[in-house]
Design a protein around this ligand. Structure first.
Ligand SMILES: Nc1ncnc2c1ncn2[C@@H]1O[C@H](COP(=O)(O)OS(=O)(=O)O)[C@@H](OP(=O)(O)O)[C@H]1O
Length: 368
């Protein structure tokens, strides 16, 4: 843990030194070269060792393909998971989202490696790009890339959460980023108006979910091609995961309860480390609740804490141990629950997970 902390301090100092300004869209980083604009979670075009891990002068370190890849789900706490895992002494994480297997595959493996952290043979490397789970061609590309390097394929972490919260968070972020009048969200006053539009549109393009998830699945490609519907369709975790299950054994996937990550991060991290085959180093004793932020932060060195950036935690907050729900009308919530329920049941079925969060969501209102 101590070496990690020194590394974290070096990285933080490098970033602090480099950051000239912060906006909703990204950090403005100044190096000895001209100013480079970097998206908050985007990789630097010309990555430097200090930004992306530890110095290559460390003995025996190399750039290696990830042993663990976070594949999603967007807005479910993938950043929190990475932030916490970063404090494991045997894990090196990429501090950006490489988007290699979805967007930059033609740039080649060496380019990908350049975006990954330095590590030695006793360490594991991790990167997360939430778009992987929803991008159809990614599994085949992963297989081909690892095969060419003569390496076993990695383990996958999929963080999932209440799909309604996820949609709300995703929608709200798009609204902040694109501004009120532009982009796919520009035509909607608010999330409720969007839900009304999207559910009606889905109804015209696909059969009711009550007719079976597979009948619905056969229309998913068309639904996904309509960008504005993605705030809802991306919460259909079972559909995307089932595609991945065609390529990788189920035991390679670690499913993380993103809702519980907000309220009991220590317990969730213990389970994830066990499932990933890591020695358990991060547990409940490493977390401290920050009342001001309404989130847990990680403790290190007994006195220091490290919280996520202010870009995270815009729509959710934790109070008295529970995640506060977005303020939706009863009718909108009912319609969304009804829409997602068959997919959540399917998710429970395909993952064989007695996942607490799914059970909880399936029983939001037992009288219904
Ligand atoms: N400890 C802690 N601190 C701050 N934020 C936390 C934490 N744990 C989970 N979260 C929630 O993570 C949500 C963002 O999810 P992701 O990191 O997956 O988003 S992204 O896809 O990378 O954009 C983010 O969603 P928003 O609240 O909508 O910003 C947070 O609610």
């Amino acid at each position: 843990m101590r070496r990690k902390i020194v590394g974290a301090i070096i990285t933080v100092s490098a970033i602090t030194f480099a950051i000239l300004g912060y906006s909703n869209m990204g950090y403005t980083v100044k190096s000895s070269n001209p100013v480079i604009k970097v998206a908050v979670d985007g990789c630097l075009r010309t990555p430097t060792s200090t930004m992306l891990g530890y110095s290559p002068t460390r003995k025996g370190v190399r750039k290696r393909l990830p042993h663990i890849i976070g594949i999603g789900s967007k807005k479910c706490g993938t950043g929190a998971f990475r932030h916490f895992l970063r404090f494991h002494s045997k894990v090196q994480v990429s501090l950006c989202e490489p988007h290699f297997f979805d967007d930059s595959y033609n740039k080649g493996t060496e380019y990908y490696k350049s975006l990954l952290p330095w590590s030695n043979t006793s360490e594991y490397t991790f990167e997360k790009t939430p778009k992987y789970i929803v991008t159809g061609g990614v599994p085949k590309r992963i297989i081909s890339t690892y095969e060419k390097e003569g390496l076993p394929t990695p383990k996958f972490v999929l963080v999932v959460c209440d799909p309604v919260q996820r949609a709300f968070s995703d929608f709200s972020k798009a609204k902040r980023n694109t501004g009120y009048k532009t982009g796919v969200v520009g035509q909607f006053q608010n999330f409720e108006e969007y839900v009304e539009y999207a559910l009606n549109k889905i109804r015209t393009l696909a059969p009711p979910v009550t007719e079976g998830v597979h009948a619905f699945y056969s229309h998913m490609k068309e639904l996904e091609s309509k960008i504005e519907l993605r705030f809802l369709t991306r919460g259909i975790y079972s559909y995307f995961l089932e595609n991945w299950y065609q390529y990788f054994p189920r035991k390679d996937f670690v499913i993380v309860d993103g809702d519980r990550l907000l309220t009991e991060p220590g317990e969730v991290m213990v389970k994830a480390q066990e499932q990933l085959g890591l020695e358990v180093e991060i547990g409940p004793e490493n977390f401290i609740f920050n009342r001001e932020k309404g989130f847990y932060c990680i403790k290190y060195n007994n006195t220091n804490t490290s919280c996520l950036s202010p870009a995270k935690g815009r729509t959710r907050t934790v109070k008295n141990g529970t995640v506060l729900q977005p303020k939706l009308s009863k009718e909108t919530r009912r319609r969304l629950d009804e829409f997602y329920r068959p997919f959540l049941e399917r998710f429970t079925h395909v993952t064989s997970a007695k996942a607490n969060w799914v059970q909880r969501l399936l029983h939001i209102d037992p009288s219904r």
